[in-house]
Design a protein around this ligand. Sequence first.
Ligand code: ZN
Length: 516
Amino acid sequence: MTGAVRLVTVGGECFGVAARSVLDLRERDGLLYKFHLTDMFSDRGIRRVSVFAAGTLEIVLPNYKSRVGTACVNAIRRAFDAGILRFDAPFDEQHYTQLQLSELDFENQRARTEPEIRQYIIHKAYWLAYRFPAQPEETGIIYPIPFDEPADLDYLGVTAADVRRNVKRLANQALLEKVLEGHARPTELLLSKYESGDRSALGLPTAVPVAANGSNETDDRKFARLAIDEARKSVPEDDRVHPKVGVVIVKDGRVLATAHRGEIPQCHAEYIALEKKLADVPVSSATVYTTLEPCTSRSHPKVPCAVRLVERKVARVVIGMLDPDDRISGRGQRTLRKAGIATELFPHKFMSEIEELNRDFMRDRETHRQSPSPGIQGAPFVVSVPLHTQAARTLIDATRELQKAVWSYVEFHSQYGIARAARDVANDERRILEKILMPLRIFEQDYDLPTDLARIAKEEVANINISLHRLTSEERPEVRKIAAQQVQDACHKVREAAKPYAYSNATGDDAKASST
Ligand SMILES: [Zn+2]
């Protein structure tokens, strides 16, 4: 129980728990465990909590030592559920709220109902897989997380099978993407519903207020209309097909600026509005209406519009249409949401109108995706070839290194025990994973590259992460061996997928053809 652990509750709290100290209270014959809780939900400060365990517990309960950590943490979670602990209440920073640990805290808890289990899973998926993931997320990959960890089961009073059944049910509703039994990640659908406050659609109780974003439906319609009118004025920069995009920036009900694509040649509408028209105007609480999802990838040194919107700290972005290329669709929206910017979509009727306005662009994006032949189209593929060849080679190298590191971990472990092995390998592992993620980014962000390698690598990296976790947390040697083998297999798959790109001088298409 060292370091901060991040937890969610059935009620939707999310906080970090750090164990501070244990006091042996002679006068009370017991131990006092002190914790500091950090609010993750919003910035409502630290709470201090102590948990008192009477000395008799240690005598009565044979499993006291191994269970007390979990018992404390779950007593804290239940105190939130019961309203004894609240981040909302005014709080004396010096004062510890004391909870009393009893034998009941070490026994099976009352089993939560099925809807409660699903509530818990949804909160955990949102907060711990997406908002505060244990894994870095620079690549846009949301890593799957386990929902059936012992402490979870203890808190919920249910079995792993109960949790898995509900994970499956949420996966059937397209709210989770199941990866392994018990391991899943939230889908775009869950994330957007959670953030839009659409609680009933997630099966969450609607009583809890979600942060208001000051949206006003009539205003939204008015400004969405204005953005579409603006989009119609778009000027294509060359004779290829380009989207028509209009942007309206609004603050306190007043239009600060409008812009359309190509209003300044070669420039995106968001850029024109933010940097050409409002460069010196604060837009920190503004709402941006844009008919197309902001871009997340522009060739250097241009800055993608999603990044610009984040930098300028706008409060809310209302989007008319997601990018029709499903390799990147949703990415701009996610970039904004991750930065705490509220996102919404235009009303349905307006979305259809924008799609109609961009019919050629959508068709172009879709056909481009099905039969990418950049060499023929004369796209700037000459530049991309070395880059993705390089990326593929890095992937091959890195997976080899990872395999080596994993086997040396297994060997070290049998020789010296877990502490030494973990220490020796942890740094290596982080470096190698970074080495794997870097080329993945290249494969994901370059619109002109084939997607199969990115997809395979992404899936396998998720598997690698799960197996590495199992490898380093597992005591039984035979299970460690299996985990190590799983890393080997995943590395092998990535390498097989990367090979055609690494050793071919032809375009991505030819490379792909030779691999099938
Ligand atoms: Zn852009």
